[in-house]
Design a protein around this ligand. Structure first.
Ligand code: FNR
Length: 364
């Protein structure tokens, strides 16, 4: 199908499924065990309804915002996804170039196919990038990666905390993985019989704990955000240890099956933070299953600062390259403008919990 026939983010997935190589499709689309959490991530949004307000002047809509103190055109970012070259020979720099065109923030994965410097070098103007970090058992390596990222201008350090061991993704395991020239820095023999994910992740430190967080604070001035928080108790603890943000996420359903969706955890978390006067102490992000601007708007109404989107951009990149990713961004912007207008919100500041009916969210 022609790119112009992709009318929403789901369409890119349908095309990618048909044209991608088996290994690449297996790695990108797979999730843990029975993939219940992956499906739930998107379907949780179907249990939140709108209470639009009428007769508000919505002639001009402005959905630009800030995340971690930097401006961006729309409140979503391209989240970190490993192994970009499985889907496109140029890899992650395709996402970088598209993100620049649309003034959208990109999170660079530790396990990118391109080298970190290639992805930073692809940056243009005052484009903003963040670093996703898998913490190495060798803390000297981790320290080098973090301080290099800061020197190269990264504006946020997202420490992944939901992957002490990589989840078991059977679709990925069934396809024979051969390394497409990745920047994998484990320094160890890789066992490719367990699929792409397991093959590249043996360096990750399962002993990482809350006690390590002050050390990260001591080696960098970048804002620190914990990616993969899944309960309100841990959000409170994150505030206590003084990090700047959390991503409520279950890793796109790729880690613990039967983890709850990020948006459900968000709906539980924000009232607790507000009650304790803590909601301005930390920026709360969400990812998982965001496919429509209405999904983004729901998260913002609940109190999120921004949302991450993963697979749809990999599919767009794999099927149509940079042009595909740019179209995916534009489709979300078009949806965003229309739906904010229909809800009766002219700017991000106008989004609030009163615009939602969340009764069905917890009563299924
Ligand atoms: C991921 N994700 C991820 N997260 C992370 O912290 N480090 C990583 O290397 C990766 N790699 C990765 C690869 C692929 C192929 C996918 C699909 C996902 C998780 C990612 O950042 C994010 O949490 C989810 O992708 C969000 O869900 P959606 O938007 O894909 O549904």
């Amino acid at each position: 199908p022609l790119l112009s026939q992709c009318y929403n983010l789901h369409d890119f997935e349908a095309v990618a499924r048909r044209i991608m190589k088996r290994t690449a499709w297996g790695y990108y689309s797979s999730a843990a065990d029975d993939e219940i959490t992956m499906r739930e991530n998107h379907s949780a949004f179907h249990r939140i309804w709108f209470r639009p307000q009428i007769l508000v002047n919505v002639e001009t809509i402005d959905f630009s915002t800030t995340m971690l103190g930097t401006k961006c055109s729309i409140p979503f970012y391209v989240t970190a996804t490993a192994l970009g070259k499985l889907g496109n020979p140029e890899g992650e720099v395709v996402l970088t170039r598209a993100a620049h065109k649309h003034d959208i923030i990109q999170m660079i994965p530790t396990l990118a196919s391109c080298s970190f410097d290639e992805i930073v070098d692809a940056r243009q103007g005052d484009q903003v990038q963040w670093l996703q970090l898998y913490v190495n058992k060798d803390r000297e390596i981790t320290k080098r990666i973090v301080q290099h990222a800061e020197r190269r201008g990264c504006k946020g350090l997202f420490i992944t905390v939901d992957a002490p061991q990589l989840g078991r993704r059977e679709k990925d395991m069934r396809s024979k993985f051969t390394d497409p020239g990745s920047n994998v820095q484990s320094g160890q023999e890789t066992d490719t019989t367990q699929g792409a994910a397991r093959a590249i992740s043996t360096f990750i430190d399962p002993s990482l704990s809350w006690d390590d967080i002050p050390w990260f604070r001591s080696i960098t001035d970048m804002p620190i955000i914990l990616k993969g928080v899944q309960r309100v108790e841990d959000v409170l603890r994150a505030i206590d240890v003084g990090v700047q943000g959390v991503v409520l996420s279950n890793h796109g359903g790729r880690q613990l099956d039967f983890a709850r969706s990020g948006v459900e955890v968000l709906a539980e978390t924000m009232p607790v933070l507000r009650e304790r006067g803590l909601d301005r102490r930390i920026e709360v992000f969400v990812d998982g299953g965001v496919r429509r601007a209405t999904d983004i708007i729901k998260c913002l109404c609940l109190g999120a600062k921004g949302v991450g989107i993963g697979r749809p951009f990999l599919y767009a990149m794999s099927a149509y390259g940079q042009e595909g990713v740019e179209r995916a961004f534009q489709l979300l912007k078009d949806e965003m403008e229309m739906n904010m207008r229909l809800i009766g919100a002219a700017s991000i500041a106008d989004l609030h919990p009163g615009l939602l009916d969340t009764r069905a969210l917890f009563s299924h």
